[in-house]
Design a protein around this ligand. Structure first.
Ligand SMILES: Nc1ncnc2c1ncn2[C@@H]1O[C@H](COP(=O)(O)OP(=O)(O)OP(=O)(O)O)[C@@H](O)[C@H]1O
Ligand SMILES: [Mg+2]
Length: 256
């Protein structure tokens, strides 16, 4: 079953075709990595999918619905989650308090001040489960500002995945700035996500890409130049050429 379909999607900034007539679809549960040189249009593509940018042309369908004109928060309601680098964390609260707040926000009764104690017990249990899955249970009483950067990234991703009805998770460079070991923890976490969650990942870190993706799409000057299984992509002479080509080849998107 298809969860996302992008049809002839384009985004130009002045004369720069950041995303140029891109079409693809993603099946429920897929782990798809989008790779490509700096300036290839990867982040722009994500911004179009989650509604932070309006396309110049083309359509986007999510769960069969045309979401091209939907606002970002409406797309979030429909089941899209995106991990923003740390911006969703409360640094002066503990890890556990952050989990409670994130989970509380997912409840339909979030504006209800008084609620049965079992509601809180559910919340506590869910917070514990979430933190354990992210290997952060031991740090639950630490202030977020005092845990390591790698742990903050893990917490941030874990709390994105607790959004109620999360169906599509967009991760743009989730291991950026992390050590190898911290990045390995992120890989482990993404691997543990349920198949009801579809994962779209942008990364330069090939350990992350090959550790998570079952399908890789290569973006170059805003166009998809390869789409296939990791082995195919790895063996593709064209992809090698792009990654090891001349300096001019890895510059920014083509201007018209
Ligand atoms: N808001 C903007 N205004 C003008 N140009 C932009 C804007 N955002 C992106 N661009 C341009 O669009 C092209 C694609 O940028 P984008 O950030 O999507 O690339 P990327 O593949 O994510 O690169 P990186 O790997 O460095 O993150 C680049 O040429 C960039 O300069
Ligand atoms: Mg980017």
């Amino acid at each position: 079953m298809e969860i996302l379909r992008v049809e002839n999607l384009s985004k130009s900034f002045g004369g720069v075709h950041a995303v140029n007539d891109v079409s693809f679809s993603v099946e429920v549960g897929e782990r798809l990595a989008v790779i490509g040189p700096n300036g290839a249009g990867k982040t722009t593509l994500f911004n179009l999918i989650n509604g932070q940018l309006r396309p110049t042309a083309g359509r986007i369908y999510f769960c069969g619905q045309d979401i091209t004109k939907m606002l970002t928060h409406q797309r979030a309601h429909a089941g899209q989650g995106r991990s923003f680098q740390l911006t969703s964390l409360f640094l002066d609260l503990t890890v556990f308090e952050n989990a409670l707040l994130a989970l509380n926000g997912t409840k339909p009764s979030r504006y209800q001040v008084l609620r049965p104690i079992t509601g809180y017990e559910d919340l506590m249990a869910k917070a514990e489960e979430t933190l354990k899955a992210a290997a952060l249970w031991e740090q639950k009483d630490e202030l977020v500002k005092n845990i390591s950067y790698g742990e903050q990234r893990r917490l941030e991703i874990a709390l994105t995945t607790v959004l109620s009805d999360l169906r599509l998770l967009l991760l743009d460079e989730p291991s950026c700035g992390l050590t190898g070991a911290e990045s390995a923890d992120i890989i482990e976490m993404i691997r543990k996500l349920g198949r009801d969650i579809t994962v779209l990942l942008v990364a330069h870190d090939m350990d992350l890409v090959f550790g998570v993706a079952e399908r890789i799409m290569v973006l170059h000057y805003g166009e998809i130049i390869a789409d296939g299984e990791p082995e195919e992509i790895q063996a593709s002479p064209m992809v090698k050429e792009i990654y090891m080509g001349s300096e001019e080849d890895t510059g920014s998107a083509r201007a018209s």
